[in-house]
Design a protein. Structure first.
Length: 174
């Protein structure tokens, strides 16, 4: 089956935004990050949106953007880690493109995100606990949506990109 766009899913810190950009360059696909589009359209950062509208306000914006971006052809789409929380998003991701789940341990996710203030859900006393709970709820969705699961644990970004491309080529996706 040839699916035209590639959707990256997985938790905060998995590398969706970083890997997505590099992957798109290698494939000569367009790159789009749903979080960046939400920020551009809102004229506010994600922490500001969470502050003013709450998480549900952010999720409403995310749902509208995901509906639009999953329709684009020849695109690598980096989603936000919580995209799987809404059923409509899961439907669109699952039916409109090839889904790659970037997988990592909670420990590695914490290491990668600990100095970053742009993820409001992790600005808490115990980000490890929060991430573990989010993973417990979200990982079944990541796994059930995934056409491909890529381990990113202790794998540098360029190797993650190579692993994805090897698998996409082997499976005749690109
Ligand atoms: N495979 C990797 N190995 C080490 N660091 C990584 C890897 N992938 C991403 N990172 C780093 O982790 C941080 C989070 O990456 P990012 O792409 O923003 O993740 P996401 O969009 O999935 O939340 C960034 O500082 C990025 O450079
Ligand atoms: O997991 C989440 O609920 C979120 C993940 C973030 O994106 P990244 O996964 O790119 O960090 C961003 O969409 C927002 O802070 C909420
Ligand atoms: Mg991101």
């Amino acid at each position: 089956m040839h699916k035209e766009s590639i959707f990256l899913i997985g938790p905060m810190g998995a590398g969706k935004s970083t890997v997505g950009k590099a992957l798109a360059e290698r494939l000569r696909y367009q790159f789009v990050d749903s979080d960046h589009v939400i920020e551009e359209r809102t004229g506010a950062t994600i922490p500001m949106i969470f502050d003013i509208e709450g998480e549900s306000g952010f999720r409403d914006r995310e749902e509208a953007v995901i509906d639009e971006l999953t329709e684009r052809k020849c695109t690598v789409l980096a989603t936000g880690g919580g995209v799987v929380e809404r059923e409509l998003n899961r439907q669109h991701l699952g039916t409109r493109g090839f889904v790659v789940y970037l997988k990592s341990s909670v420990d590695a996710l914490i290491q990668r995100t600990k100095h970053d203030r742009n993820r409001p859900l992790l600005q808490t006393e115990d980000p490890q606990k929060v991430l573990s709970e989010l993973m417990e709820r979200r990982e079944p969705w990541y796994l059930s949506l995934a056409d491909l699961v890529i381990e990113t644990q202790q794998v540098p970004v360029h190797r993650v990109v190579k692993k994805i491309i090897d698998r996409l080529e082997r499976e005749n996706i690109v």
